[in-house]
Structures are given as structure tokens and as C-alpha cells.
Write a protein that binds this ligand. Structure first.
Ligand SMILES: Nc1ncnc2c1ncn2[C@@H]1O[C@H](COP(=O)(O)OP(=O)(O)O)[C@@H](O)[C@H]1O
Ligand SMILES: N[C@@H](CC(=O)OP(=O)(O)O)C(=O)O
Length: 261
């Protein structure tokens, strides 16, 4: 087991949980990481196109839904995933516990559909992590100081993963994607795209600024502010340690914890 008691955060996006069978596959990835890290915190997004489907469902009822109610509805997508993932791990004989964003202490501004994370208070998670349990957190959502359910904006689960890692002082966040890592351009569009092994935060921003949807730029900003290393790797070939892209600065300076501006 790794000497780092603070563990690792694993983030699985919608593409990695696009079918019921996929939960069993990602459970295997999680169990593999649990052999190395004492603390494993998993952040998961809604399955496949669930968020888009929930938006169109809302629009069928009201073409201009109240933003508070839309957040209440969209937060359901990630709740489905966390529960199914805990069930998939239970089917393999491992107890894992799922938590919503609010249960996990993801405190946000009250800007529905575009809330910023202002603090993370993971008090409910820590006792379970200390008991060696795998903790599964719903991405993309939190709770405002006013007690309202909020969402962080499209792609916001990446930011949930980084904020939790910052709060729990995890070693890094691993993002499991349907590509081998970050390329200089979208590999699904450009056959001549080059896979990049290592990037500074600045270089990662430059790629995101060109429109790459591979990582949310907000999560890269949060990681940079807290000197947290990020790794993007394929969920299909997770055993190949050399694959993927690492984003970090060459010098990791210890900074005090800070969340979104
Ligand atoms: N520069 C890039 N490098 C890698 N992937 C990119 C890039 N630009 C766009 N993409 C796209 O980003 C997608 C992100 O992966 P995906 O598994 O869909 O993420 P998630 O499920 O976490 O939202 C890839 O499928 C890829 O087509
Ligand atoms: N489910 C949300 C949040 C998210 O981050 O999704 P993904 O990890 O699949 O990009 C969305 O579709 O925007």
C-alpha cells in the first residue's frame, strides 16, 4: 500500500458510464487503485447523455424552467450514477458509500446552473475514509450557503473532483476518458493529433482555450492554484501506467488551500 495516507481522487465522466455494464468495468479500475491507495475517493458524472435528456424533459414541461428547479432535476443524473456504482462495487464484494454533493460538503455560491465552489467541508466522508471504505461523490453539484441545491455548469464534475482532492489533500486526480490522454488537438477529429505526455498548467490552458472539451478549464485553474497534479488517462487501458497525460508544474510549491474566485 502507498505511504500516502491522503489517497487519490478518481473521476469518471459520462462517457465511462454510458451503459449499465460500464459500472462493473469502472468498479474494477477502482478496486485496482484501492490496492495501492489507502484512501480512494471517486467522483462520477451522469450516465452518457442523461444531463441533455433531463434538460429536454424539463423543456417539454416548461420551455423556460425556473433555474432552481432545473438544478434540482439535473442533480438527479449524478445521483443515479453514484448509487449504481456503489451497487457494482457491492456486487464484487466491496462496500462503498455514495454521497450527493451537498452530503459531501461541496459549498457553492447560489448561482443556479453556474455555481462556483467556495468551500469544501467533507466531514461526512472522512470517517468512512478512515474506516478504509471507498467513497463515491456525485459530481457537478453542491449546496449553497442558503441551503439550495446548485449545479456547477456543464462539465462541472471535473471541478468537483479537483475541489475534493484539494480539501482532502489527495496526491492527484485521475480523469478516466475515452481517449488515451490530452492531444494537441481533438484526436476524434484530427487523425494526425499528437498525444502529449506532460503539460504545465499553462500549456493545458492553451489547449483548452482552443476549445478542447477534454477537461474543464475551471478545474485546471483550481488545480494550478493549489499545485495539485492531474492525470488524464483512458478507462479502457488503465493498467498501462505509462499511458496518459500528466498536468503539473515542475516545482510543486505548498500553497494554502483556496477554491474558486
Ligand atoms: N485536445 C484533446 N485531447 C483529447 N481529447 C479531446 C481534445 N479535444 C477534444 N477532445 C475530446 O474530449 C473528449 C473527452 O473525453 P470523454 O471521455 O468524453 O470525457 P467525459 O466523459 O469525462 O466528459 C474526447 O472524447 C475527445 O474527443
Ligand atoms: N453531467 C454534467 C456534468 C459533467 O461534468 O459531465 P461529464 O463529466 O460527462 O463532462 C454534464 O453533462 O455537463
Amino acid at each position: 500500500m502507498d505511504s500516502n495516507k491522503n489517497g487519490i481522487v478518481l473521476k469518471f465522466g459520462g462517457a465511462s458510464v454510458s451503459s449499465p455494464e460500464a459500472f462493473s468495468s469502472i468498479a474494477d479500475i477502482i478496486l485496482h487503485r484501492k490496492k495501492k491507495y489507502s484512501r480512494v475517493i471517486v467522483v462520477v458524472s451522469a450516465m452518457g447523455d442523461t444531463t441533455d435528456e433531463l434538460i429536454s424533459l424539463a423543456n417539454k414541461v416548461n420551455p423556460n424552467p425556473p433555474r432552481r428547479e432545473l438544478d434540482m432535476l439535473l442533480s438527479v443524473g449524478e445521483r443515479i450514477s453514484i448509487a449504481l456504482l456503489a451497487m457494482a462495487l457491492a456486487a464484487k464484494g466491496t462496500e462503498a458509500l455514495s454521497f450527493t454533493g451537498s452530503q459531501s460538503g461541496i459549498i457553492t455560491t447560489n448561482d443556479h446552473a453556474n455555481a462556483k465552489i467556495v468551500n469544501v467541508k467533507p466531514h461526512r466522508l472522512i470517517p468512512h475514509l478512515n474506516k478504509d471504505k471507498i467513497v463515491i461523490v456525485a459530481g457537478f453539484q453542491g449546496m449553497s450557503l442558503e441551503g439550495e441545491i446548485t449545479t456547477l455548469g456543464r462539465g462541472g464534475s471535473d471541478t468537483t473532483a479537483v475541489a475534493l482532492a484539494v480539501s482532502l489533500e489527495a496526491e492527484k486526480v485521475e480523469f478516466f476518458k475515452d481517449v488515451l490522454g490530452i492531444y494537441d488537438k481533438d484526436p476524434k477529429i484530427y487523425q494526425n493529433a499528437n498525444l502529449l505526455k506532460e503539460l504545465s498548467y499553462k500549456e493545458a490552458f492553451e489547449i483548452m482555450d482552443k476549445g478542447a472539451q477534454v477537461l474543464h478549464s475551471r478545474c485546471v485553474r483550481l488545480a494550478e492554484k493549489n499545485s495539485l497534479p492531474l492525470k488524464v488517462l483512458p478507462f479502457s487501458r488503465f493498467l498501462e501506467e505509462d499511458l496518459g497525460t500528466i498536468i503539473q508544474d515542475t516545482v510543486r510549491s505548498k500553497k494554502s488551500i483556496s477554491y474558486e474566485d
